[in-house]
Design a protein around this ligand. Sequence first.
Ligand SMILES: [Fe+2]
Length: 241
Amino acid sequence: MSSNQALTRRQALAAAAALAPAALAAAQAPAPTPSAAPAGIKPSPFEIKPLPFDPAKLPGFSERLLKSHWENNYSGAVRALNAVRDRLVALRADKDTPSFLYGDLKREELIRRGSMVLHELYFANLGGSGRPGGALAEALKSSFGSVEAWEDDFRKTAASLYGGSGWTVLAWNQHTRELHNYWAGDHSQSAVMGTPIFVLDLYEHAYHIDFGAAAARYVDAFFVNAHWDEVQRRLEAARKG
Ligand SMILES: [Fe+2]
């Protein structure tokens, strides 16, 4: 070791010793908590919703897969969103919060919120049967030419995500006033002014337990269990928006 290196090491040790009391005091200081939030802001406001169907009774899906998806992915997103949101509330009370730290948490908030909302829409558009009818079928014909043409576009969009991750979404666009399918590579991507009315989860966690890499079989099972009454209800609500 050279004398310069030894000097540097001595200087470093001295600096560490000088900082130790401050570091210790900082570690022992109470961490910011949601209780520091302004009055009226509720900590951890998002609640995990139960599955809206009996997971043992969806043809083509195992109870194990549906429960795993609900517990590990959807419920995990809700818990994470609450944790991120509580940290943001606490950080806003600290005037010294670095903007990069706040930005990291805002990114996480965007992703977790998207995951929570999309998973709730996903589970709620399962548990049905049959084919699109009534006003929904008419709207699909108006926007795509036929129900079959819509389904072809939806399935092709979904297939582009096989083996990866993302969502395929049928949306009512509030700006163009028509239905369209969009591709989303993760929970935070969406179509501008598009209100989701029918969503398909294409993360591998949504199907791998039952279907392995055979994602097309998963999509077939998804369509068998699609809840078209719920999709039509969403369309009617979106059109009023
Ligand atoms: Fe998922």
